[in-house]
Ligand binder design. Structure first.
Ligand code: DGY
Length: 334
């Protein structure tokens, strides 16, 4: 393993080609080894390439754990994750070694809320199914009962997880004259509820009352399989479930069963468990399930801003400065 030498630019590994807004900054300031393939570096290759690096820019597909930190070695000063979510990072392991971890909060809130809405509307109104119907040459006439779905306007929307993204989803509901219920571990302030016209509901009550349910929790031990068979059974048969959070928040086998049995009407998924979804997953055989490949933050502007933020975190860490967005600020209190 080789560490940095005095006067040399810091060695950095960048686990994928992020947009130029960030990559150019990183390559200008460091001796950067950039993984150019579309697929993530295989584990062995990742561990080999990070050896002796002072900084690593990771993606949600790269697991950062003790093995990773051992492989990087004592020169490592910072891990910058190109995502707001950081369930791929063992944060306590980084903190124990005094390594700050950065993420990209805020910039993807609105873009992610846009996609949650796209999935809510497309699932309720069977847009993907309609497109498949046309392309299959099945459109023969206007049909009074063709591809009927649920109304979005005037419906009751349930938001599970009321952080930045959940709130941005609620804000958009105003244009559709909806009743908005939300659930989180703690209720929001009365001012926030007034501003967003949203009412706190008990988890089971929300599931039972809502026509559309959208998930915005982060993944942790408490939220893994939060939506399991029992939760799905509480929902209305006409209900739509949307997930733009993390795949394992939903018990995917239970969801496939609920969709097949019409326990609920439809689902729109941006995230699956695992990713990518296996091609033999029962969900892919169901017309009432819409799946897109984890693209909630995928607008040109937002991915560019995420790259800028990830680069800023990386460079701050290399320079021994506080990261603009640390997920473990406790490293600075040691
Ligand atoms: C995140 O940032 O956590 C998203 O899942 C990808 O942008």
């Amino acid at each position: 393993m080789s560490g940095p030498r005095e006067g040399e630019r810091p060695r950095v590994f960048v686990a994928r080609q992020i947009p130029a807004e960030g990559l150019d900054v990183v390559t200008a300031a460091s001796a950067a080894d950039v993984w150019e393939d579309e697929l993530p570096p295989p584990r062995e290759e990742l561990l080999r390439r990070i050896a002796g690096c002072e900084g690593v820019l990771t993606l949600l597909t790269d697991r950062v754990d003790d093995e990773f930190l051992d492989a990087a070695g004592p020169a490592l000063k910072v891990v910058s994750n190109y995502a707001v979510g950081f369930d791929n990072v063992d944060v306590p392991a980084c903190t124990r070694r005094g390594i700050p971890v950065g993420n990209t909060p805020g910039v993807l809130t609105e873009t992610t809320a846009d996609l949650a809405w796209a999935l809510l509307m497309a699932s309720a109104r069977r847009v993907a199914e309609g497109d498949r119907y046309v392309r299959a040459g099945r459109w023969r006439t206007w049909g009074p009962q063709l591809l009927l779905g649920g109304d979005v306007h005037g419906a009751t929307l349930g938001i599970i997880g009321f952080g930045r993204i959940g709130q941005a989803v609620a804000r958009r509901a105003a244009g559709f004259g909806m009743t908005v219920l939300y659930w989180d571990r703690v209720a929001g302030s009365p001012e926030l509820e007034r501003e967003l016209n949203a009412t706190y509901a008990d988890f089971d009550e929300l599931l039972a009352q809502c026509d559309l349910v959208t998930l915005h929790v982060s993944l942790n031990d408490e939220t893994r399989h939060l939506i399991d068979g029992a939760a799905l059974a509480r929902m209305k048969p006409s209900a739509v479930l949307v997930n733009t959070s993390r795949g394992p928040v939903v018990d995917q086998a239970a969801l496939a069963e609920a969709l097949a049995n019409r326990t609920i009407a439809a689902a729109g998924l941006d995230v699956t468990d695992p990713e990518p979804i296996q091609m033999d997953d029962p969900l892919l055989r169901l017309d009432n399930c819409l799946v897109v490949p984890h693209i909630a933050s995928a607008s040109y502007a937002t991915r560019g801003k995420m790259a800028e933020m990830a680069a800023a975190n990386l460079l701050a860490g290399l320079g021994g400065e506080r990261l603009p967005n640390p997920v473990n600020p406790e490293v600075y209190e040691r």
